[in-house]
Write a protein that binds this ligand. Structure first.
Ligand SMILES: [Zn+2]
Length: 907
């Protein structure tokens, strides 16, 4: 039996194609799977098992895809998207992963398509791997195919449309492009396999488009996404040909020394992407044992182009060529065992009054599922107690509402306290989370609840007008419960955060891990520092850290600092929640007390890490520019508070801002980006140095003090030359702005008085000096010495540096489009709807109009199910029609995944 790697091989071959060791360990060459090979050579891949809850979710999704109601929808959506005729009927069949059965069912489907004009969806197909039809080889197993009649202009036969089902999570209503690409690569391999199969019925052709069924909503109900497979098929074909060719020249026989064979192949190692390869442990071990100091750079993931410039840091010679400061810092930290401080002082609000610390434990069984959440408010009186909730139905809508109520009450308390402290202009509030995924899960939950609420307003209008309440696809809807005030406050704040995503100066949600990385560079591969506990420990350790031993210890830790759990803890919680399938002693009943205890322990670890990280950050001094960041956030939140109190466009996620709004946003986004870049360059010596090193940058440059009397600088730039007006930003990694903290004013611009600004000239520099050495006469002479390393910026970059003694940074405007003006009153819209349609018009009025328009379109037969091809719902709201089956991965006891599968097979 030849092991081809089946369908997921297409994804892996594409991801790791650059690595000779990966290509050389192809199952076609070695005769065994990479997983088996890794175990054989002594480096069993223990890392990438599938959490049981995740597996149960995949199984639940598969069941829903097979459900008649959805099979028929997936089929009509696919056929409609391809511009084909509406099928006279939809038939479903199941080939049970058998190629003989697949052939028979395809022949039947073809006949039905040609004679009756019907479409067929065949589940669980199997087809020989392309090029291996006559060999005993593992097959490709596309989850399903759709067979439909060709249109009159195309021919008289049928189309086969290859398909797969993937229960990808929607994060902030979207499935990320990388995942979709992986899914379609698998679909493309299926299409290639059918196209090269000699037993395809004559008259049936493989369509150049394929279909991926993905969850439409939190209930795992499938929807079909159709895409052109042309480029994917070229890629798959090329990879298969490469693999087959390689297998012709190289072979690992059963009696050959497998380890020697593998070691002979040169690995292209990257710590951030190689973890999904079964050989990862072997390759990493090899690098760790290597006697060549330069291999440390490979192990750390330093870009190959930069390695020659920094090899001196690891081979003892100490010479550094031109490399970004941040890369150099990471290597130094790894070698010395101490984190490197970037020199930036704090601009973030974490730990300050008005912040709310939040940790969650995400459930793997559902996209929006959470096991529990803890919330802690920081006020002028100090840090409050953690308030923890454990959820016994992680994926239920009621849990999402509970979580938002818990968060909402903290947000409301924080807003009240800020208003009391400063009634005229309350300071902004912030959520502080341990990682970006926590923010993503919370925002996705808010998006879900907002969608339900907006749908409810539309249906309410239907009810008032005596119309039936219908979903987008025309099924009867059940009126959901309203989103009440406290939960709504949280939902509204999180959607504000979602719209603020395009802006960089703002941070309604503070990702503590990102903040940490602005101040400290940890040792070891950069990808490790994506965990807050890892990054924190580096910052606070007093004794040197061995980056390898510490990375291993972190990998073995049962708990995580962020939203997602380890497989070990995820399995334990899921089992305690739903029990385990089995007979006799192997059967385990659900254990609610153990579940509760497990969730609390998980949240306890996350709380502790967050507190320790905040404690460590508290030791870093506050930057003079923190108030500038706070001012921008404060402007924006003043607008948000008006949106919230008028319920005007406050439940709109970034992706749903309408066109006029988005056009307006362009101006805000550009101003924000400029402000962000300038604040960062002024406040962070390492970031400024990285920019000055970057050849594409025109604004910043390194300079060295050549003489003090007169002041002469050697400027390392082709763009900052004689006649350029420059601003001094940093002296030897110390930001100049911090010396002027009492001279900063926050008006229409952020103005920093006392900075050194002046024009470079050759006058009096002395003719004997090289061209790059220039005389500089700023109004405020800086205190520098010969040999000091400076970072200077082009003065024209900033707003109005006309007076040569100050630096101004333009304050970006708030996004106040479709938001109530400060002059609007609660009656404004009712009294003069025309005048207030772009400001304080409440959601209720907007949704009523939309509801009326939808009803008119439905009356004209323009909506589903009457319309052909089916009309897509641009809003993509996650409201479930009451009549359709829903998926709940926690509705039955747990079952582990087959041992030979890895996350690559479901992701
Ligand atoms: Zn108004």
């Amino acid at each position: 039996m030849i092991s081809t790697g089946g369908g997921s091989s297409a994804v892996a071959a594409s991801a790791h194609a650059a690595c000779a060791r990966f290509r050389g360990t192809d199952p076609l060459i070695t005769g065994r799977s990479r997983r088996a090979l890794a175990a054989e050579v002594g480096f069993a891949d223990l890392g990438v098992g599938i959490p049981e809850a995740r597996w149960m979710r995949a199984m639940t999704f598969e069941r829903l895809v097979k459900d008649k109601a959805f099979a028929s929808r997936v089929t009509t959506t696919t056929v409609g998207a391809l511009g084909l005729k509406r099928p006279t009927a939809v038939v479903t069949a199941d080939a049970r992963v058998d190629s003989t059965k697949t052939r028979q069912l395809l022949a039947d489907a073809h006949a039905r398509a040609v004679v009756e004009g019907s479409a067929t969806l065949i589940h669980e197909t199997a087809v020989p791997f392309p090029g291996f039809e006559d060999a005993e080889a593992t097959e490709v197993k596309p989850d399903y195919v759709v067979v439909a009649p060709q249109s009159a202009t195309q021919g008289s036969g049928s189309w086969l449309i290859a398909g797969d089902a993937k229960d990808y999570e929607r994060v902030r209503s979207r499935i990320d492009d990388g995942r979709m690409l992986k899914g379609f690569l698998q679909v493309a391999l299926g299409a290639e396999a059918f196209a090269s199969w000699s037993e395809l019925p004559s008259g049936m052709a493989v369509h150049n488009h394929g279909v991926l069924a993905v969850p439409r909503n939190a209930f795992l109900q499938p929807t079909a996404v159709v895409e052109d497979l042309h480029d994917h098929r070229i890629e798959v074909r090329m990879r298969v040909a490469e693999r087959v060719a390689a297998a012709k020249v190289s072979r690992l026989g059963p009696d050959d020394d497998a380890l020697a064979f593998v070691r002979h192949l040169t690995a292209t190692f990257d710590p951030s992407t190689c973890t999904t390869c079964n050989m990862f442990a072997l390759c990493r071990d090899e690098l760790r044992r290597s006697a060549d100091p330069a291999d440390l750079l490979v192990e750390l993931g330093v870009d190959p182009g930069l390695r020659p410039h920094v090899v001196g840091l690891v081979d003892g010679t100490g010479v550094v060529g031109s490399a970004p400061d941040s890369v150099v810092a990471g290597i130094r930290a790894s070698v010395d065992g101490h984190a490197v401080h970037t020199g930036q002082l704090r601009t973030d609000p974490a730990g300050e009054p008005g912040t709310i610390n939040v940790v969650i434990a995400k459930a793997d069984a559902a996209a929006l599922g959470i096991h529990g959440m803890s919330v802690q408010r920081v006020s002028a009186d100090g840090t409050g107690e953690w308030r923890t909730e454990v959820y016994e139905a992680p994926q239920s809508p009621e849990t999402r509402l509970k979580a938002m109520r818990l968060l909402g009450s903290a947000v409301e308390d924080a807003m009240r306290a800020q208003r009391r402290a400063n009634p005229g202009a309350p300071s902004p509030i912030h959520l502080v989370v341990p990682d970006g995924q926590t923010a993503d899960v919370l925002t996705s939950i808010a998006d879900n609840l907002a969608g339900v609420e907006l749908s409810r307003l539309r249906w309410l209008r239907d009810q008032e007008q005596g119309r039936p309440m219908l979903t987008w696809d025309g099924e009867p809807a059940t009126l959901p419960r309203p989103l009440r005030e406290t939960a709504r406050t949280a939902v509204s704040f999180l959607l504000e955060e979602d719209r603020a995503r395009a802006l960089q100066v703002r941070m309604p949600i503070v990702d503590l891990r990102t903040v940490f990385s602005r101040h400290f560079v940890a040792g070891g591969p950069a990808v490790n520092a994506l965990r807050l506990d890892y990054a924190t420990e580096w910052a606070r350790a007093t004794a040197p850290i061995d980056h390898r031993a510490f990375a291993d210890a972190i990998e073995e830790s049962p708990y995580t600092p962020g939203a997602r759990l380890t497989k070990e803890r995820s399995d334990a919680l899921h089992r305690a929640l739903v029990g385990v399938v089995g007979r006799g002693k192997r059967r385990i009943e659900p254990d609610p007390p153990a579940y509760e205890e497990g969730v609390r322990a998980e949240l306890g670890y996350k709380q502790e890490v967050l507190e320790v990280a905040l404690g460590e950050l508290a030791g870093v001094r506050t930057s003079a520019l923190r108030e500038a960041y706070r001012a921008v956030e404060g402007d924006a939140q003043a607008v948000w508070r008006r949106r919230l109190s008028f319920t005007a466009s406050d439940l709109v996620r970034f992706g749903r801002t309408y066109r006029r709004w988005r056009n307006q946003l362009v101006r805000v986004v550009e101003a924000d980006a400029a402000c962000h870049d300038q604040l960062l360059a002024v406040a962070n010596p390492q970031a400024a140095s990285d920019l000055a090193t970057d050849a594409g940058n025109r604004r910043l440059a390194h300079a060295t003090v050549i003489s003090v009397e007169p002041l002469v600088l050697a400027v390392e730039s082709r763009r900052i030359v004689e006649g350029s007006k420059i601003v001094l930003l940093h002296i030897n990694d110390h930001p100049c702005v911090e010396a002027h903290r009492d001279s900063i004013s926050l008006g229409g611009s952020f103005v920093i008085e006392g900075m050194s600004v002046g024009t470079l000239s050759r006058d009096g520099a002395g003719d004997e000096r090289p061209r790059g050495q220039l005389r500089w006469k700023p109004k405020h002479t800086p205190a520098v010495e010969v040999g000091d390393r400076l970072i200077v910026a082009d003065g024209d970059w900033f707003a109005g540096t006309a007076y040569d003694r100050r630096l101004s940074i333009a304050r970006p405007p708030a996004d106040d489009y479709a938001a109530p003006k400060s002059s609007c009153t609660p009656q404004s819209y009712e009294l003069a709807p025309q005048d207030h349609q772009w400001c304080c018009k409440p959601h209720r009025a907007n949704e009523a109009e939309y509801s009326d328009q939808t009803a008119e379109r439905r009356a004209r037969g323009e909506l589903n199910p009457q319309a052909w091809p089916p009309v897509r719902d641009a809003d993509g709201f996650e409201v479930s029609p009451g009549v359709l089956p829903q998926g709940d991965a926690a509705d039955r006891p747990s079952q582990g995944s087959p041992p030979d599968l890895t996350l690559d097979d479901v992701e």
